[in-house]
Design a protein around this ligand. Structure first.
Ligand code: CMX
Length: 270
């Protein structure tokens, strides 16, 4: 699609001297095709407004780790408004307690991204606000990789002690006759699957193929729309409509006959 790059100013107001997070975000936005100016450390709100005006910014991302966000972020919004730049999307990030977020939003900070946010979520948020809702549903990333095991405890032990991951949740999905364990790994997770029934699909999979990789799950932003798109493209689906998966996610499987033999899951999480 022929769209102009989004112009972004990433800024560090105040006295804190840590800008690793701001630089990571700036690079991720650049990699996503945006034009990004980074102000450098220790800027005043006035200086940030000046850069935003000079660069004709559409987005200003403010980062603060010092705890002074309630004092430093609102004057940037006020300053932009005074320059007739009310339409600039001002975002906040850094170490910001949940309790402060409603205040910042009242002051015109459109969204606040706290530690642990994945950069794709920031990119999607900005693109949706600037370009409007996507015409096409997006695949955001690999959500998880499902691995079928006979014994969940043995599987968890291997991934914890040998690989170094940590199991964060165990859950039974009665509908699919499986007990699952999730072990986060970066932006994604390993999902171990143990059958709760000798006749269940995972037990059958193991009987036929042995233990091992069972499915790959892609996170999508709109599962219903993605399924409609795939149906229209003639892709063979196992699930025509979403069903409930582990962790309350809406999921749907594609038929392995149309995916080079790999069971593919699509998954949407709130
Ligand atoms: N890899 C490759 N092929 C697979 C497969 C796998 N993991 N699982 C099933 N298939 C194949 C089957 O062999 C079958 O092929 P044929 O048509 O050639 O016989 C085809 O896919 C359809 O499988 P099925 O079992 O006959 O179809 P169902 O509609 O009854 O069930 C499925 C399909 C994928 C839902 C089920 O097999 C399954 O795996 N269920 C468990 C799903 C799961 O992992 N749930 C965990 C929670 C989900 C989550 O949140 O991640």
């Amino acid at each position: 699609m022929d769209r102009k790059p989004i112009r972004v100013v990433v800024a560090k107001p105040g006295l804190d001297g840590h800008d690793r997070g701001a630089k990571v975000v700036a690079q991720a936005l650049r990699d996503a095709g945006m034009e990004v100016i980074y102000t450098g450390l220790r800027q005043t709100p006035e200086q940030i407004v000046e850069v935003a005006v000079q660069e004709d910014a559409q987005v200003v991302c403010l980062s603060s780790l010092s705890g002074a966000h309630n004092h430093l972020f609102p004057p940037v919004v006020t300053g932009l408004n005074a320059q007739g730049m009310e339409n600039v999307l001002v975002l906040g990030g850094g170490v910001i307690p949940d309790d402060d977020i409603p205040f910042l939003k009242e002051q015109g900070i459109v969204e606040v991204f706290t530690p642990g946010t994945v950069t794709t979520d920031i990119i999607c948020f900005i693109e949706e606000r600037i370009y409007g809702p996507k015409a096409k549903p997006q695949v955001l990333r690999v959500d998880h990789i499902g691995v079928a095991v006979k014994d969940l405890s043995a599987g968890i032990k291997f991934y914890e002690t040998v690989v170094g991951l940590k199991c964060t949740s165990i859950e039974v999905v009665p509908d699919q006759k499986v007990k699952v364990a999730f072990l986060p790994c970066g932006d994604s997770e390993i999902e171990l699957l143990e059958s709760t029934d000798p006749e269940g699909p995972v037990a059958k999979f193991i009987a036929k193929n042995g233990e091992g990789m069972h499915h790959i799950a892609f996170r999508v932003d709109n599962l219903v729309a993605k399924l409609e798109e795939l149906k229209a493209a003639g892709v063979r689906l196992i699930d025509q409509t979403p069903r409930k998966g582990a962790g309350g996610a809406d999921i749907a499987f594609l038929h392995p006959k149309g995916t080079f033999g790999q069971l593919v899951e699509l998954c949407q999480r709130d």
